[in-house]
Design a protein around this ligand. Structure first.
Ligand code: GLN
Length: 494
């Protein structure tokens, strides 16, 4: 049975179609893997009963000749930021204690309707704020990879964040795919840290309805998988206009897997010169150059481009995202959801609930956000950050007049040890230096596992494309994936 957990979504779908195994068998193998890997702390809530029930329904559908497509019967994990009907939804926060939504998010509804089997809800940074999955009320997630040298021998490493549980589950062969959300890098950076594929679609491609909001103008759902083709299949199901989210785009969803193998001959690939950072590890620079060669070998042309406002993206993000977060998190007042801590007056109850319910990082963001939105500082910080955001989007727009996609590293380092950077928020925020600009511009971007560092840890390369051009993004990603031939697995997985 153990080999079932090593399949791709595409191969598992083919295996079920041919009658080699059932969804129930596939699901049982993954539930067992989930139990065996409990030590990773990848899940906040495991839902094996729901999984088995849906697997049986899938098998019955298939037996009746009504199988729904590639995702039917596929065991997946769901980031615990997606509201799931009747199933505890925590956002990694104490303040949502006991919250069982009476509704299901649009994206998880689409996956369920396509027959996907939910194994459970994965751990994440509290309210998706973080890059290491260490701010969760439910404790850190361990990366299934172990590194050597550089003080990492034998240490538990972070899986990245905030979709750290989803990334760890997919990398550790507990789930064939998982949902994530990405506000400033939370799908792509954990994908890079765990050696898997992570796709952040264009802002508006997937509905945000029923996803616990962090920064509404940036949040976007996307898949974490082990191959580009699997990401394409999952995105095809997850995407689409939704009348319940006014920012979801009313444009058609193609079959993203259809054009994957069209190749990159003649494709113009931009290399943003501002992404070369002082002090960046030489291994990351070398992998980036290797990535250019891989694409050139397949007929693409690489050319330098300039995105002059890149250096302002991270500071502007850390104004815009906390501003929106402070507003979104105002709803957690001890009345409408979860935790309530008693106080002598209504105001004291609010204060006690929020004081106890939110962790340090969330409080830091609410304080920053409230500050930059307050009278007197609004123009100096918030409005200025919004202007910078427009300039960043303009940089990309101009670059895309010359090129079809951009190639960059995903993150400035490989996974680091749990406990590192914890008392230095700025060092932690620097993890997002390569992912945040595309988020600020709302562009689709993907991380592909491209190699291992000298300590044996995965490193990712990022591709960024024009708005709603996920097809070109995936086609270039497939070419990069084929050339990289990344087949390393974390110790003990599979
Ligand atoms: N690490 C970034 C932050 O802490 C991005 C998080 C995310 O994309 N959800 O804000």
């Amino acid at each position: 049975m153990s080999t079932l957990t090593d399949l791709t979504i595409t191969a598992a779908a083919a295996g079920m179609a041919k009658g080699y195994f059932t969804s129930e068998e596939l699901t049982i193998a993954h539930v067992e893997a989930m139990e065996q890997a409990a030590d990773l702390n990848a899940f906040i809530t495991e839902t094996p009963e729901i999984a088995l029930e849906r697997a049986k329904e899938s098998d019955a559908r298939r037996a009746a000749g009504n199988a729904q497509g590639t995702m039917d019967g596929i065991p997946i994990a769901v980031k615990d930021l997606f509201c799931t009907e009747g199933v505890l939804t925590t956002a990694g926060s104490h303040i949502l204690d006991g919250f069982r939504p009476t509704y299901e998010s649009t994206v998880t509804t689409k996956l369920r309707d396509a027959g996907a089997v939910m194994l459970g809800k994965t751990n994440l940074d509290e309210f998706a704020m973080g890059s290491a999955n260490i701010t969760s009320y439910y404790g850190p997630v361990k990366n299934p990879w172990k590194g050597q040298g550089d003080g990492k021998d034998g240490k538990d490493l972070v899986p990245g964040g905030s979709s750290g549980g989803s990334a760890a589950a997919v990398a550790a062969r507990i789930a064939l795919g998982a949902t994530g959300t990405d506000t400033g890098g939370s799908i792509r950076q954990p994908a890079s840290f765990t050696g898997i594929v992570g796709l952040k679609p264009t802002y508006g491609r997937c509905s945000r309805w029923g996803i616990v909001a962090f920064a509404s103008s940036l949040d976007q759902a996307g898949p974490l998988t082990r191959t580009v083709e699997d990401a394409a299949h999952m995105l095809t199901v997850m995407a689409g206009h939704d009348a319940k989210d006014s920012t979801s785009a009313p444009i058609a969803v193609p079959d993203f897997a259809a054009g994957l193998n069209a190749g990159v001959k003649g494709l113009k690939v931009g290399i943003p010169k501002e992404y070369t950072l002082d002090g960046m590890p030489s291994e990351i620079q070398a992998l980036w150059t290797q990535g250019m060669d891989w694409l050139k070998d397949q007929g693409a042309e690489c050319a330098p481009v300039s995105l002059p406002h890149t250096k302002y993206a991270l500071p502007a993000y850390y104004i815009v995202a906390p501003a929106e977060a402070s507003s979104n998190l105002a709803r957690y007042d001890g009345v409408r959801y979860g935790l309530r801590v008693a106080g002598d007056s209504l105001d004291e109850m609010y204060e006690a609930t929020r004081g106890e319910g939110f962790g340090d990082e969330v409080r830091r963001r609410v304080l920053i956000g409230t500050y930059v939105l307050s009278a007197g500082y609004y123009d100096a910080y918030y409005i200025k950050a919004q202007r910078v955001r427009t300039l960043i989007a303009e940089d990309f727009r101009k670059a895309f007049e010359q090129v079809d996609v951009l190639l960059t590293p995903t993150a400035p380092s490989a996974a680091f040890a749990i406990g590192e950077k914890m008392d230095d928020p700025v060092a932690m925020y620097l993890n997002d230096v390569f992912t945040v600009p595309a988020s600020m511009a709302g562009l689709p971007a993907i991380s592909i596992p491209a190699g291992l560092d000298s300590g044996g840890l995965p490193l990712g390369l990022q591709l960024i494309a024009k708005p709603f051009d996920e097809e070109t993004l995936l086609r270039a990603a497939a070419a990069l994936e084929a050339a990289a031939g990344f087949d390393a697995k974390p110790g003990g997985a599979g």
